[in-house]
Ligand binder design. Structure first.
Ligand code: NDP
Ligand code: GDR
Length: 343
């Protein structure tokens, strides 16, 4: 049996780490692109790593940055993957208002860099684009594959560009390129500045007596929150179809930020109103008010169905934070991690 090879951009992120786990379980050889940082950024995939000299090693990491087209093309040529999962991005919506040009370059133009390299070297691979419900923005729910886009942030605008360039390379050059239009999905590995993780961490820390207050912005926004490990399964299924197509992935339910906060605090036996304060720094110049995805096409074609919804998600994220506090290293124990990309 031939071993399939996958290349993941953004392997050090939330989704990249779960996807790497899934593909390794399925017997893939997995290559990941990691950007060089002055601190270690590989903590989410450390548990998957084996020394590359080990004959059983199936995970290989390469330095690279989305803004460096020459390097991206060189890596595609070197690795020659069967499947490319393009997950890397400046993925924070609020930050995209502060860094709109950088966000356009990384979140938008990087998709063209990858697709153009695939076209130029005539690589017969399948390509997954991490598209987002943020593309729907101001268009009222429920949102599905045919819903008009009305992005409300530089991030959303960049994702619309990447969506269309993915479709264009599919139509123009026959590349097997798909858009997964994923609604918010969370986990204990979520970045700590996204609202779900920020709230789960704070609820646990307040319970443990490590902090007292939590500052948040708009509590009225509504999101369709799912569980990240289930969403990476959908990414993989999209690349196993006979024909390339685009799919919405969502739970079909919506909760407000306030609902999520209430669930997290109630799970620890606290009243959120005693601890949550408002800070307008967390507001966005334009907000996305209400997202509810209709994933019926994914259920019909991919056989994909979510099982975890926001209340359960809130509880499992708070439990993970409480466990992390219990297991935190003592003052004399080392807390450094190894660097995984060796050069
Ligand atoms: P994360 O923010 O957790 O991960 C982003 C990844 O991109 C990290 O590995 C990061 O590296 C990498 N990255 C950022 N900039 C660069 C760069 N210039 N060069 C190379 N790598 C870079 O995102 P998620 O895992 O949550 O999301 C994955 C993708 O899916 C993103 O494109 C996101 O926009 C999109 N998406 C996410 C949704 C969600 O709810 N999570 C929903 C819909 C779409 P580092 O670790 O060094 O920071
Ligand atoms: P979002 O996620 O913008 O939907 O993008 P985020 O968790 O940042 O915000 C969700 C909602 O919560 C409100 N909010 C706050 N948000 C943050 N981050 N911090 C706060 O203190 C706070 N207070 C209130 C926000 O205003 C917003 O309405 C995520 C990212 O993963 C994108 O990459 C992805 O494409 C979309 O989900 C789908």
């Amino acid at each position: 049996m031939t071993v399939k090879t996958a290349l993941i951009t953004g392997i050090t992120g939330q989704d990249g780490s779960y996807l790497a786990e899934l593909l390794l379980q399925k017997g893939y050889q997995v290559h990941g692109i990691v950007r060089r940082a002055s601190t270690f950024n590989t903590h989410r995939i450390e548990h998957l790593y084996r020394d590359p000299h080990d004959p059983g090693a199936c995970l290989f990491l390469h330095y690279g940055d989305l803004t460096d087209g020459t390097r991206i093309a060189g890596l595609l040529e070197q690795v020659r993957p069967d499947e490319v999962y393009h997950l890397a991005a400046q993925s924070h919506v609020r930050v995209s208002f502060d860094e709109p040009e950088f966000t356009g370059n990384t979140t938008g133009l990087s998709t063209t860099r990858l697709l153009e390299a695939i076209r130029a070297i005539n690589l017969p691979c399948r390509f997954y684009q991490a598209s987002s419900s943020e593309m729907f923005g101001a268009t009222p729910p429920p949102q599905h594959e045919g819903t008009a886009f009305h992005p409300r942030s530089p991030y959303g605008v960049a994702k619309v560009y990447a969506y269309w360039v993915t479709r264009n390379y599919r139509e123009a050059y026959g590349i097997y390129a798909v858009n997964g239009i994923l609604f918010n999905h969370e986990s204990p590995r979520r970045g700590p500045t996204f609202v779900t993780r920020k709230v789960a961490m704070a609820a646990a820390r307040i319970k443990a007596g490590l902090q007292d207050e939590l500052y948040l912005g708009n509590l009225d926004a509504r999101r369709d929150w799912g569980y990240a490990p289930e969403y990476v399964e959908a990414m993989w299924r999209m690349l196993q179809q006979d024909e390339p197509d685009d799919f919405v992935i969502a739970t079909g339910t919506s909760y407000s930020v306030r609902d999520f906060v209430e669930e997290c605090f109630a799970h620890t036996g606290l009243d959120w109103r005693d601890h949550v304060r408002f800070d307008d720094r967390y507001l966005r110049p334009t907000e996305v008010d209400d997202l509810v995805g209709d994933a019926s096409k994914a259920e019909r074609v991919l056989g994909w169905r979510p099982t975890v919804r926001a209340p359960e998600l809130a509880r499992l994220m708070v439990d993970a934070e409480l466990n992390a506090i219990l297991q935190a290293p003592g003052p004399d124990e080392p807390s450094v991690e190894p660097a995984l990309v060796m050069r």
